[in-house]
Design a protein around this ligand. Structure first.
Ligand SMILES: [Zn+2]
Length: 347
């Protein structure tokens, strides 16, 4: 059993991070805004986040595709949203997968969905509850100091590439299931809260592959089914020489509606995992199908390309520095065996 970082290291890293300047974030243009609880949304650790701002909420989103949804053998939209479709059920854009607001060694291993306290949390697919309650991060049942707070883990009765899949739901104000219980997709397993190291109400959601382990996460935005008619953008953003570019801001513009999104490449590859097919370091979900422009400032130049987001599918691009974009390149599928993740030595 791997030991986890000590509380002392946590506190030291928190102090360090608090001393660092936070990144600045561009406002996202949107027609309609609805004010949500906009305070710090840390997670699953005491994480300082960028300056909060209202979450843009379009007036209407289509219903979700049924799951499993996979238009090609490499798609794996196996999970429905853990928050009902009449609420905000998409990831908070300011703190996506791999964010290292907390520390380089402990990146954000999931996504956060902002919701009011008490909002029902739903099983993203059927399976068996293998964790219910306090203590998930250190695997010590009953530990009320655990950063995940009250959490549920479901072991699903299906897998991917012959390895099991798990989903994690954290910071719950109430847990409505018990260990060993079989649950159905959409069944309420708990309620949104802020238990653990969270200062605002939200759901922290993870997808784990191979093992129920902190170090076995994958990007949930590649696994949560899109709304009907919407798709996902994934890419590999590299230097001219093929090295990954971390924390690179990328602008994505819908050429039909002119709506723009800013998102960043992964902050780190440490203690997170890339999809075996896409080997991505950039993912942006919930994009209405259509024609898009991707632009990326690179060494003083603004490099652009066009790409089409197809409904219910993942559009893929590569970027290699001054060699520019390629939206036709096939992803570099790398067959993997268990485990895919690399745990770093614990501090
Ligand atoms: Zn989180």
């Amino acid at each position: 059993m791997r030991s986890h970082p000590s509380r002392g290291v946590f506190l030291a890293v928190i102090a360090l991070i608090l001393a660092l300047a936070l990144p600045t974030w561009q406002p996202v243009p949107a027609a309609a805004f609805q004010s949500v609880t906009a305070t710090l949304l840390p997670d699953p650790y005491a994480t300082p986040l960028p300056t909060p701002r209202p979450v843009p909420i379009p007036a209407w989103r289509p219903a979700l595709y049924p799951v499993p949804w996979a238009l090609t053998v490499n798609d794996h939209f196996y999970f429905t949203r853990p928050i009902a479709a009449d609420e905000v059920n998409w990831p908070l854009d300011a703190y996506r997968y791999t964010g290292t607001n907390f520390s380089e060694d402990l990146p954000h291993t999931g996504v956060d969905i902002v919701a009011s306290p008490g909002t029902p949390v739903l099983a993203a697919e059927s399976g068996q509850v293998i964790w219910a309650g306090w203590g998930l991060f250190r695997l010590t049942p009953g530990d009320t100091t655990d950063p995940y707070g009250q959490a549920v883990v479901i072991a699903h009765n299906f897998g991917y590439l012959n390895q099991p899949l798990f989903t994690v739901y954290a910071h719950l104000s109430a847990v409505d299931v018990v260990r060993g219980q079989e649950v159905e997709i959409g069944e309420m397993i708990g309620k949104v809260g802020r238990t653990g190291l969270a200062t605002a109400d939200h759901l922290h959601f993870e997808v784990r592959w191979g093992l129920n382990d902190f170090y076995a996460s994958l990007n949930p935005e590649l696994w949560l089914v899109p709304p009907e008619g919407w798709g996902v953008l994934a890419g590999r953003v590299m230097t001219t020489w093929g090295d990954p570019v971390f924390n690179q801001r990328v602008k994505v513009t819908n050429l039909d509606t002119r709506q723009s999104w800013w998102a960043q490449t992964y902050s780190t590859f440490k203690n997170i995992n890339r999809d075996p097919y896409f080997q991505e370091n950039f993912v942006l979900s919930d994009l209405p199908a259509g024609n898009y422009e991707i632009s990326l400032p690179y060494v003083g130049r603004d490099i652009k390309t066009r790409i089409r987001i197809e409904p219910g599918a993942i559009a893929f691009f590569t970027f290699y520095g001054f060699r520019g974009f390629n939206a036709q390149e096939e992803p570099p599928f790398i067959p993997t065996t268990l485990p895919i993740y690399q745990a770093s030595p614990t501090p």
